[in-house]
Design a protein around this ligand. Structure first.
Ligand code: AMP
Ligand code: MG
Length: 345
């Protein structure tokens, strides 16, 4: 009898068991990345986390938009208009960047680095004393910088447009998370959560429940709601509050509309996208902020997004049916939410 009770107690403990979690923080592209590994055993978890430390350091060096590294070198070589050997670490940025620009109808455009720099965002402390000269913006817009300006011939690369400047800021985090997921799997990790600023990706589960994330409430702090992530799924949020400065009493933020050359004014504070592909989620979230409340449905359809939340400046929420189904709302910020199916529009 005593053995039976002990056994029942053990079973109960197993039911409510919290997983054993190993955690490490990394700094990459100025973002704090937190990785939690669950139920992998001390040694396996620590080895995987050590490997990630090297990966994130390498990505930071290679992909940083303005510090010396491969992207920076590429942009300098682009200015010359002459062919140069493609650094292999840039291939994913080039290939994915090209496809994502196309898929977003050009609203996501990593080739507009010169516009982003013109607004002062290629700096650790972005600011400007005066807005950029509209003629400079016009000249860049007229030159239509695009990932399609890159000519790849074998291992050689040429930039066919002097207005081109690669800015991986809108999708490097997603690519980095994607590579980190692969690395964790190589190390036999089956349960983990990667959290990097506005983006998170889950592998497996957190013990007996799914990994859970919150979508930030940009008005009062806290979260708008939470949702459970599937075993290989993540969420990216782009927010105009992430990087900004004040100029003449107005906030200037870092998401640039490639059609106007100005920080986007479409009325979206943040866009969140749930997807299995972290790079796509990252780029799509940025593209949806640019697209705004009237055009986002087309971007969602073209980029294959079914779980999207937009937070608008006028404190309304727009959700796809799938997001509305999965989001557990927090009652504090009780903003009205409209459900819109991009497939029906
Ligand atoms: P995210 O935080 O993912 O929305 O990315 C924003 C960053 O992407 C900015 O800081 C810029 O470096 C870059 N960026 C800004 N506007 C765009 C755009 N329309 N397309 C692609 N990248 C952009
Ligand atoms: Mg992004």
């Amino acid at each position: 009898m005593r053995a039976l009770v002990a056994c029942a107690l053990l079973l109960l403990a197993a039911c409510t068991r919290e997983p054993e979690v190993h955690e490490a923080d990394f700094l990459t592209f100025g973002t704090l990345v937190t990785v939690q590994v669950a139920d992998a055993g001390e040694q396996r978890a620590q080895e995987a986390l050590r490997a990630l430390e090297q990966d994130f350091r390498f990505m930071h060096e290679q992909w940083h938009p303005w510090l010396p590294g491969s992207v920076n070198r590429m942009n300098l070589l682009c200015e010359t208009g002459e062919a140069f050997v493609i650094p292999p670490t840039l291939l994913p940025l080039i290939e994915r960047g090209r496809a994502l620009e196309r898929a977003s109808g050009g609203l996501f455009n990593p080739a507009i680095g010169k516009l982003v720099a013109l607004w002062g965002f290629h700096s650790d402390d972005p600011e400007r004393d005066a807005p950029p000269d509209p003629r400079e913006i016009r000249a860049l817009l007229d030159a239509h910088p695009s990932m399609a300006d890159l000519r790849v011939d074998g291992i050689m690369l040429t930039c066919a447009n002097p207005a081109f400047r690669l800015d991986p800021g809108g999708y490097a985090k997603g690519l980095g998370i994607g590579q980190a997921v692969e690395r964790l799997r190589e190390h036999g990790i089956e349960h983990a959560m990667i959290n990097a600023g506005g983006q998170a990706h889950a592998i497996g589960r957190h013990g007996e429940r799914p990994w859970r994330v919150g979508i930030r409430d940009p008005f009062v702090g806290g979260v708008i709601g939470t949702l459970d992530l599937g075993g290989d799924e993540g969420i990216a949020t782009s927010g105009d509050y992430e990087r900004s400065y004040e100029l003449d009493g107005r906030r200037v933020h870092h998401i640039i509309d490639p059609r106007t050359g100005n920080p986007t004014e479409a009325g979206v504070i943040s866009a969140s996208v749930v997807h299995r592909d972290p790079t796509l989620a990252d780029a799509a979230a940025t593209a949806l902020v640019v697209a705004g409340p009237r055009e986002w449905m087309r971007v969602a359809r073209d980029m294959g997004l079914d779980t999207v939340l937009l937070v608008l400046h006028d404190r309304r929420l727009i959700a796809t049916p799938e997001m509305a189904r999965r989001l557990k709302r927090d009652t504090r910020g009780d903003y009205p939410m409209e459900t819109v199916d991009p497939a029906q529009r």
